[in-house]
Design a protein around this ligand. Structure first.
Ligand code: NAD
Length: 254
């Protein structure tokens, strides 16, 4: 018998779902049967993705959300609950990065990177947790980055924010395991998205960067979404508090 991943009837929120990895993740979870809430600061982007899911026969709503604002995170959770009758899966995907040497970063740059990338994951997790605890079931999946695991010049504060998300992932997993909620993270290597385009160009282009990758190519968003689907599914039911590198073998440290 074939093994299938069936998320029918599950309600999934993807933050930053309006483009890039978040968009691909939302489309894939919807193909597996989940009912989606696309939460993005870019309302038009979120609406486009939700519409695409509906055209393909799925269920999706778009909610304009600034993950730095707790009120927005709570409204996002409420909208998901109202539209889809619960919250089973949260993908903390929204993040921003300022690509500069540390000596050139301003406190305003720090503030923005930390607020979206670290606080955003905290706010959205906090907003969905009561609902998941009450049902004794849930999946929280945090986008981390190899930058936060092995360090990356020009991305110091972003790396610090992602390192914070990684530590949060492990710690929250230990708190909420008894409620049958798993919390895992995945750390993509450089992935071909609108957000990464400037970084890829600045580093000499995809082909040049890919030479350092054992699999000799950069990730496409679907490479990352596939692992998120696995973490959202019952196939990963006995794994929690883990961070997976999805980097074509670029980073192999624990
Ligand atoms: N692309 C890469 O090379 C790469 C590598 C490692 C990790 N990641 C991680 O993967 C995730 C997705 O990256 P991507 O490249 O697809 O990003 P992207 O920039 O292409 O898309 C990010 C989305 O987040 C939204 N967003 C930004 N600020 C927000 C806010 N305050 N509230 C709500 N939404 C907001 C944007 O509108 C956008 O739709 C991020 O967590 C990123 O750190 C990406």
């Amino acid at each position: 018998m074939a093994v299938t991943i069936d998320l029918s009837g599950k309600s999934a929120i993807v933050t930053g779902g309006g483009r890039g990895i978040g968009c691909e993740t939302a489309l894939l979870l919807a193909r597996a049967g989940a009912r989606l809430t696309i939460a993005d600061l870019d309302e038009a982007g979120a609406q486009r993705v939700a519409e695409q899911i509906r055209v393909q026969g799925g269920a999706a709503i778009a909610v304009k959300t600034d993950v730095t604002r707790m009120e927005d995170a709570q409204a996002m959770a409420q909208a998901a609950w109202t539209a889809h009758g619960g919250i089973d899966i949260l993908v903390n995907n929204a993040a921003v990065w300022t690509t500069k040497l540390f000596k050139d970063l301003t406190p305003q740059d720090y503030d923005h990177d930390l607020r979206v990338t670290l606080y955003g994951a905290l706010n959205c997790s906090r907003a969905v947790l009561d609902a998941m605890m009450e049902r004794k079931s849930g999946r929280i999946i945090n986008l981390i980055s190899d930058a936060g695991r092995i360090g990356e010049p020009y991305l110091t504060v972003y790396a610090a924010a992602k390192g914070g998300v990684a530590a949060f992932t492990k710690s929250l997993a230990k708190e909420v395991g008894r409620f049958n909620i798993t919390v895992n993270g995945l750390a993509p290597g450089i992935t071909n998205t609108p957000g990464a385009a400037g970084f890829i160009e600045g580093a000499g282009g995809a082909e040049k960067i890919a030479r350092a990758y054992p699999l000799k190519r950069l990730a496409e968003p679907i490479d990352i979404a596939n692992v998120i689907l696995f973490l959202a599914s019952d196939l990963s039911a006995y794994m929690t508090g883990q961070i997976f590198s999805v980097s074509g073998g670029y980073s192999t440290v624990g």
